[in-house]
Design a protein around this ligand. Structure first.
Ligand SMILES: *Cc1c(COP(=O)(O)O)cnc(C)c1O
Length: 226
């Protein structure tokens, strides 16, 4: 069996177990194959295995993969996004996972020709190296977005700290879920905030137990060819 398909079967098994544990429907959890470390050939293998969400963290990556991949794919921009790069990706992506400041929101709103699905990136773990806004900033921020009609806040995204400690990881995901519920309860226009983008190769099972609706999987699914 091809590598990616083999990996996908294993991941789906793990996902089903995590869902069973907390009585979730596995259909609620979608896999984004993060292809930033791999060739277009490998990314195509993921699409051929049935993956429909692909994630990249550089504008060049999106452009290169998009021109070569065959199949219906939803494209996710998952990395730090410089405002000056927005124009390079805006027509090419379906989701942006890294909205973390007003200047970026302004640029997205200005360049977009249709509503763009955005996740607000939250730095729950407060690790300095991570991008994203602090928990406390999120509600004032979504309130400030109301005049930006091209931005739809579909959910919140976080990267958990680089630790093995399950309790710490779980706490991080729980915090994001609680915050999502608070934003959702505001019922703001263009802000359904029903999705949680959390969980990577080493922590996706915990993220799913804590409510992830999108997991972003690189190494464990498509490998690392760098
Ligand atoms: C690289 C990356 C991933 C995937 O990382 P793996 O640990 O290889 O699964 C997920 N999310 C973001 C934001 C990334 O930059």
């Amino acid at each position: 069996m091809a590598t990616v398909l083999h990996n996908l079967k294993h991941i789906q098994h793990e996902m089903n177990e995590a869902c069973n544990l907390v009585e979730r429907n596995p259909d609620e959890v979608r896999i984004i194959a993060v292809t930033k470390y791999v060739s277009t050939t490998r990314a195509q293998e993921a699409v051929d295995a049935g993956i429909i969400h692909l994630g990249e963290n550089r504008d060049e990556g999106i452009v290169e993969k998009q021109s070569a991949i065959n199949g219906e794919v939803a494209w996710h921009f998952i990395g730090t996004l410089q405002s000056r790069k927005v124009k390079n990706i805006i027509e090419k992506v379906d989701y942006i996972h890294s909205l973390d400041r007003l200047s970026l929101a302004k640029e997205i709103d200005k360049r977009a020709t249709k509503k763009v699905k955005c996740f607000i990136q939250v730095n729950v773990s407060k690790e300095d190296s991570k991008h994203g806004m602090s928990e406390e900033e999120v509600i004032p921020f979504v309130e400030s977005l109301q005049s930006f009609t091209n931005i739809e806040v579909v959910g919140l995204m976080t990267m958990a700290p680089h630790v093995d400690d399950e309790h710490t990881l779980r706490q991080c995901f729980k915090t994001l879920r609680n915050l999502k519920q608070r934003v959702q309860a505001l019922s703001l226009p263009n802000c359904p905030c029903s999705e949680l983008s959390m969980g990577m190769s080493n922590d996706y099972r915990i993220a799913i137990e804590e409510g992830a609706t999108f997991v972003r999987l690189g190494t464990i699914l498509v490998g690392n060819e760098e």
